[in-house]
Design a protein around this ligand. Structure first.
Ligand code: FES
Ligand code: FE2
Length: 429
């Protein structure tokens, strides 16, 4: 149980709040780069700020204020030029640094005015890495953006899936350090949703949590497993400060504002040996709906089940009313680290996991126990030995609504035509 004051610190994300300032010390994924192939401008809201994300005709990305410095028109209805974005109201043009670089009437009729110099707008840097667009909204000096090792893997089919989740970011992130929910929310509930009544999945017998540079590891022993089990020896990564890493995919919970979160998920599946080299021209991005036609949350896919837990806790979970148990030790640890690290930030120190060396940031490894499959690949026949991986061949099980053309591209890349995996997808996809 937390005080109302501490709950506010964890959940308020606007600039000037402790957590708002803290989260601004990290790079965050905010969109899929391929979204900009069709529509070069997107309205985005991040940490309570209304912004415009665009790709100009030179291919440069910009993240600037939603409103024009002239008379405040909505820049997300502007249009891109060779360089920069132009407001659709009177044609003022801005570049990715937010500088006003053209004022058509003033430039023509009053060419000596220096008005432009006073008309820059807010702008944040944007980087494209692994098919995702990333931004940093904090103070200088800008830290290096960690290139997580999976972003460097080759011969992979990657995809980006975005969902709007109507609740605060931190209850989503607490789920990244919560091993026991797997047994109930995913294993047992999925079994019951399929109309079966049992048997229930192996129970958790022990959990433990360890901190490392880039987050926390959670480890578990379930019935039938030993202390040699990789779930106990290696564990899973709760990625600091708002991510989750599970070997072949990442999830981030990016605050839109205090009551909304952008779920960003990045998936990697290495094509089987014999299908290489595989070069994916563009990483597809798709939006996963979270509600069905009746307004109920979708429960058929793993991450959708998580979303139901998150939104079920309310727009902002009321931690003054919770009852933490031994299974929640990891959650208590990440809260404590956040409070301590906010204090460190306020003393002027770098926040947890900050990287200041470009060399170090260029490939940052994270623990995962079956990395070789993803780094080096296996034959299609070998997938049956890897229960978590083989499921991915048959259907995309993480989020509802994968567009059929992305499934088709996956089947092509993996050479699944005429195999049982293709068949099963048609039935359950
Ligand atoms: S409001 Fe944007 S150019 Fe006038
Ligand atoms: Fe989950």
């Amino acid at each position: 149980m937390l005080s109302a004051e501490k709950n506010k610190i964890l959940t308020q994300v606007s600039a000037g709040t402790p957590m708002g300032d803290y989260l601004r010390r990290y790079w965050h994924p905010i969109a899929g780069a391929s979204e900009f192939d069709k529509t070069p401008i997107k309205a985005v809201r991040l940490m309570g700020e209304d912004l415009t994300l665009y790709k100009d005709l030179n291919g440069t990305y910009g993240l600037v204020d939603r409103h024009c410095a002239h008379r405040r028109a909505d820049m997300s209805y502007g249009f891109v030029e060779q360089t920069g974005i132009r407001c659709n109201y009177h044609g003022w043009r801005y570049d990715e640094s937010g500088a006003c670089i053209e004022q058509p009437y003033e430039d023509t009729a009053h060419p000596n005015t220096r008005l432009k110099e006073r008309c820059s707008i807010k702008a944040y840097p944007v980087k494209e890495v692994a098919g995702l667009l990333w931004t940093y909204m904090g103070p200088q000096p800008i830290p290096e953006m960690p290139i997580w090792e999976p972003f460097t893997w080759e011969n992979g089919f990657r995809e980006v899936v975005l969902s709007d989740v109507p609740c605060n970011w931190f209850q989503c992130q607490e789920n990244s350090c919560d091993p026991v929910h797997f047994e109930w929310m995913h294993d047992n509930w999925s079994m019951r949703l399929k109309g079966k009544s049992g048997p229930y999945a192996a129970k958790h017998l022990a959990v433990k949590f360890e901190e490392f540079d880039y987050g926390f590891l959670y480890k578990r022993i379930r019935e039938g497993a030993s202390e040699q089990d990789p779930y106990w020896t290696t564990g899973r990564v709760c990625l600091w400060p708002n991510g989750f890493y599970l070997g072949s995919h990442f999830e981030w919970r990016v605050p839109i504002d205090d009551e909304n979160t952008l779920s960003v998920a990045w998936f990697f599946m290495r094509v089987p040996k014999g299908r290489e080299p595989y070069v994916q021209k563009s990483v597809p991005t798709w939006f996963s709906p979270i509600q069905d036609q009746t307004g109920r949350w979708i429960s058929s896919h793993v991450m959708n089940q998580d979303f139901i837990a998150w939104v079920g806790q309310g727009r902002i979970a009321d931690r003054t009313k919770e009852s933490l148990a031994a299974s929640d030790r990891g959650i208590a640890m990440i809260r404590k680290r956040l409070f301590d690290d906010i204090e460190a930030m306020q003393r002027g120190e770098d926040v947890k996991g900050t990287i200041r060396s470009a060399n170090m940031a260029s490939c940052v490894e994270l623990p995962y126990y079956e990395k070789n499959i993803l780094r080096e690949g296996i034959k299609l026949e070998e997938y049956k030995n890897y229960p978590l991986m083989v499921g991915r061949l048959s259907a995309f099980r993480h989020l509802a609504g994968q567009p059929p053309e992305i499934r088709a591209a996956f089947v092509d890349a993996f050479g699944l035509h005429g195999t049982p995996y293709e068949q099963e997808a048609r039935v359950t996809g």
